[in-house]
Design a protein around this ligand. Structure first.
Ligand SMILES: [Mg+2]
Length: 322
């Protein structure tokens, strides 16, 4: 572990170094002033710090910048705040010592330095630093784990595309944005035709594989980065298309159908084709203040229902529901 010794007095630095080295500490760096220490710590410079220090022994009385000012400056820095600082001070500096401890110094040691006392303080300071590092490391791991959990909670376990929860949240967000900015917002609901028959014919495992393939096809059919398709329910998918009017939405819906046709996924028990097909409902709005996302879903769901009613394997717009 690395120790930084800051003292303006050459003999004092040498003495501290010798005691520490004899005590088994080998990584010791010397600074003759607070400024020099700042440079070594990477403070106020663009150059990278020499290394990560685990402990600082700081002389209290120094010309220009004294120990307390140096301590305060170091403690103001987020990356350096946790390095324990032990003040090295003469006996008659009690008042300044109190200020130093109030400003975040961990401990102090009186000059002339007693070897055993110094080593004991340094060891406990380093132990504290290890403890802090371990705790920070754990916090980082926990944070990473939370992020993963957060991400997983928005992903559909089977298909790997966004799930219903993500859909609800993002639709809400895009809806508010479209309403505020008076912009188009489109939605496509997609339902696989005769999927129950597919499962009955090929089994649920094959059914899952089919859902996965379709999810990828739908995802690849989208065009803009803000567009997304989510698994809405069992065999139902929903795409949200911000800043897209009805012409744009129809092109995307047709693109989904084309891509699916090209994939040629056999469906022996469909009543509309020998391949897997979908029915789609499409709608576009510039939402007004009184509308709710659930109104959009209801509208486009009606269009989807119309597509099925009219014979499946087709698309219907929200203005074609009569
Ligand atoms: Mg001094």
């Amino acid at each position: 572990m690395a120790i930084l010794v800051v003292d303006d007095f050459y003999d004092a630095r040498i003495l501290l170094e010798r005691i520490l080295k004899n005590g088994g500490f080998s990584d010791i760096v010397m600074a003759a002033s607070a400024k020099e220490a700042f440079t070594l710590l990477g403070l106020g410079t663009t150059t990278k710090p020499r290394e990560n220090f685990d402990l600082i022994l700081m002389d209290l009385v120094m010309p220009e910048i004294d120990g307390i000012a140096a301590l305060t400056h170091i403690k103001e820095n987020d990356a350096l705040r946790d390095i324990p600082i032990i003040m090295v001070t003469a006996q008659d500096e009690v008042e300044s010592l109190k200020t130093a401890l109030d400003s975040g110094a961990l401990d102090y040691i009186a000059k002339p330095v007693n070897r055993i006392e110094l080593l004991a303080r340094v060891r406990s300071g380093l132990k504290l630093k290890q403890e802090i590092d371990r705790r920070k490391d754990n916090e980082k791991k926990l944070l990473a784990m939370n992020e993963t959990l957060q991400r997983l909670s928005f992903v559909d376990g089977l298909t790997g595309i966004p799930n219903r929860r993500y859909f609800d949240q993002l639709l809400d967000q895009e809806f508010r944005r479209a309403s505020r900015d008076k912009r188009w917002l489109s939605m496509i609901m997609i339902d696989i035709d005769y999927f129950k028959n597919y499962n009955d014919t090929y089994g649920h495992q094959q059914g899952d594989t089919c859902l996965k393939r379709l999810a990828q096809i739908f995802r690849n059919a989208l065009m803009r980065p803000a567009d997304f398709v989510a698994r809405y329910g069992g065999e139902e998918f929903a795409a949200v298309l911000p800043d897209t009017d009805i012409q744009g939405a129809i092109i995307l819906a047709e693109n989904i159908q084309t891509k699916l046709t090209e994939a040629r996924i056999s469906h022996g028990s469909s009543k509309v084709s020998d391949m897997v097909t979908v029915s789609l409902g499409v709608g576009s709005w510039v939402p007004d203040k009184s509308a709710k996302p659930s109104n959009l879903i209801l509208d486009v769901d009606k269009a989807l229902y119309r597509a099925k009613w009219d014979g499946r394997n087709r698309m219907r717009r929200t203005d074609e529901t009569q």
